[in-house]
Design a protein around this ligand. Sequence first.
Ligand code: 5AD
Ligand code: SF4
Length: 434
Amino acid sequence: MKKVYIKNFGCQMNESDSEVMAGLLAAAGYAPTDREDAADVIILNTCSVRLSAENKAIGKMRELGKLKAKRPELILGFCGCMAQKHQEALFKTLPFLDFVCGTQQIRRIPELIEQARKNREYLIDVSVMDEYPVDQSVAVREGMLKAWVPIMRGCDNYCSYCVVPYVRGREVSRPLKDIVSEVRRLADGGCKEVTLLGQNVNSYGKGLGDTKATFPRLLEHLNDIAGIERIRFVTSHPKDISAELIAQFGQLPKLCEYLHFPIQAGSDRILSLMNRKYTAGHYLDIVAKLRDRCPGIALSTDIIVGYPTETEDDFQKTVEVMRLIAYDSAYIFKYSTREGTAAAGRTDDVPLKVKEERNQALLALQEKISAEKNQALVGSQVEILVEGASKRNPARMTGRTRQNKIAVLEDAAALAGKSIVKEVRRATAVTLYC
Ligand code: 5AD
Ligand code: SF4
């Protein structure tokens, strides 16, 4: 049997796409491997969201080019957001590549590999489609307990810094019945937790022509599926979060008390330049409503520091909202110019050194807040879905709480795949010890 190694860069949607690639290739007779030297085909599923991610993928492919120089029969494919963005130009940078496949043509990968075997021309498919472009049902997942379930793809928001609308295309929602039947099938196979994926899940249903296919209705349908214990979703745009969805937190039993809710910046001037369509005040109101409805809700966020023209005063507004909101965790990024976006028309004028300093300052602030938040849980009871032995210490089991916090169990006898309730004994900024 031939072997394929799929290496993933980037977000959960990319991970989910890699699962679809693995499924399509399994049907075409390829077994998965995580060893480059054992692979007949190596695919990089790449990310374009920041330059650093792009550089990593190019560096990795150059390294694989050396492997191919020794083993010319090795087939190398470049997929994902960078493939969609750079298209033919990739063959110039990486002349040993066999094929380039865009984000909407994943189903063609087995065929491209077959063609590459027969003739050694450059093969490329980066065409885009109007309908939902991927058959999600073929995905092959690593474990069965938890699953990513895409519900929509693409993004119509055009935040000025973001390359996603250009590399993932317009928003397209997946039919509700397909999602429900996939989650039923997952539950039958032992899955207990689903994370719904989409660049902007709150606008789920747009364009489906079905007034019943809204995000809150979808959550209700999934909540009714026996076997599923937990439902999460990423990512939510503050401008699209509805009162109805807010009301579902703390009310729909399976909807976890956790929301990833990117604010990006605390300064209204910067938010407006970013084309985010909300103010910090509006965002704070939503957080107040969420906490009112669901006092235990954990919140995480994305922040960009060093957006063009960001002053110290703008930055301090971000510090202030982070203090006010006290997120459970935060992902902090240094602004990276992406060609083709609206922000690329502005000079990237915040020096790298200043971006670094702002990044470090926010990381330190967040670590302190995360530690305090977790410390406050010591002595309380939390529900943990046990996933398996801890990588660091195989004598311990780990899992996650409903608030999406990592829990380490000192009790090695806890059963993987079971939900248990435990007392938090001690805590760090990232882990609860139970
Ligand atoms: N530079 C830095 N961070 C970015 N993000 C998106 N585009 C950029 C960029 N050009 C961040 C945003 C988004 C997260 C997935 O990546 O914070 O929410
Ligand atoms: Fe990018 Fe904004 Fe769409 Fe998120 S909502 S993918 S940040 S354009």
